[in-house]
Write a protein that binds this ligand. Structure first.
Ligand code: NI
Length: 235
């Protein structure tokens, strides 16, 4: 499932993250690449242990945790602490690759299975050319370039690349999620159901003049959602 979350960062958070990371010292992006992706990776990355990286990822993590769309779409069990990358000048692209299935967080030695890959765009798309996130599907390619502060979630199983940045600079945060529901199709079904129930509940409440609670049908459907989640969740 591909899920886009607009304005995952508020404007003041976006400005703060940009200010923090732009002032920091960047390293070669191959510091976190596996052997296949290392061969095609040409960008810069913010070392995880810098104070600026710590502060910036705290802002991103806090924004994600309060975002209901992120929570319902990803059903996160563990989120890899957000990383930051930068494309421009000579370090301007990342060729076709697939993300490693398991990432181990250096500081905590904690493993995260990468069910979902995430890119949070941090640059105004008008300020750079190229830099699209290109996902390969069985039915063709999809090119994604979002507004600063917007986030895209896509299956960790996707082959993808970042197209060369030919003008300006593309800043982004990227990270992975181990979901409580490992299978992408099951997550999609739960997400569809959750969104439909939420809409029904709102219609239901709008029609009522007294505080009679939700309709029996909404209660039953909500029960089905939770029973499916109980069946599939691994916590
Ligand atoms: Ni990748």
């Amino acid at each position: 499932m591909l899920l886009r979350i607009d304005q995952a960062l508020a404007p003041d958070e976006l400005a703060e993250v940009r200010q923090l990371i732009l002032a920091a010292d960047w390293a070669d992006g191959r510091i976190t690449a596996g052997s296949q992706s290392g061969a095609v990776k040409n960008n810069r990355q913010l070392p995880e242990d810098l104070p600026a990286a710590r502060q910036a990822r705290h802002i991103v993590s806090r924004a994600l945790a309060r975002n209901p769309l992120f929570v319902t779409g990803a059903l996160p069990k563990t989120v890899y602490p957000p990383l930051f990358n930068r494309y421009g000048g000579r370090s301007n692209h990342f060729g076709d690759h697939i993300d490693n299935a398991v990432r181990t967080h250096a500081a905590t030695a904690r493993h995260v299975r990468t069910d979902i890959s995430c890119t949070l765009f941090l640059s105004d798309p008008a300020s750079y050319d190229g830099g699209e996130l290109v996902l390969q599907h069985s039915y063709g390619e999809q090119r994604i370039k979002l507004a600063a502060g917007d986030l895209v979630l896509y299956p960790g199983s996707s082959v993808h690349r970042v197209a060369p940045v030919t003008r300006g600079e593309r800043l982004a945060s990227f990270f992975w999620i181990e979901s409580m529901v490992r299978q992408d199709d099951q997550r999609r079904l739960l997400y569809e159901m959750d969104m439909a129930i939420t809409a029904l509940r709102q219609q239901d409440l709008a029609r009522r003049t007294t505080d009679a609670g939700e309709s029996a049908e909404v209660v039953r459907l909500t029960g089905c959602y939770h029973n499916l989640l109980r069946m599939w969740a691994d916590v």
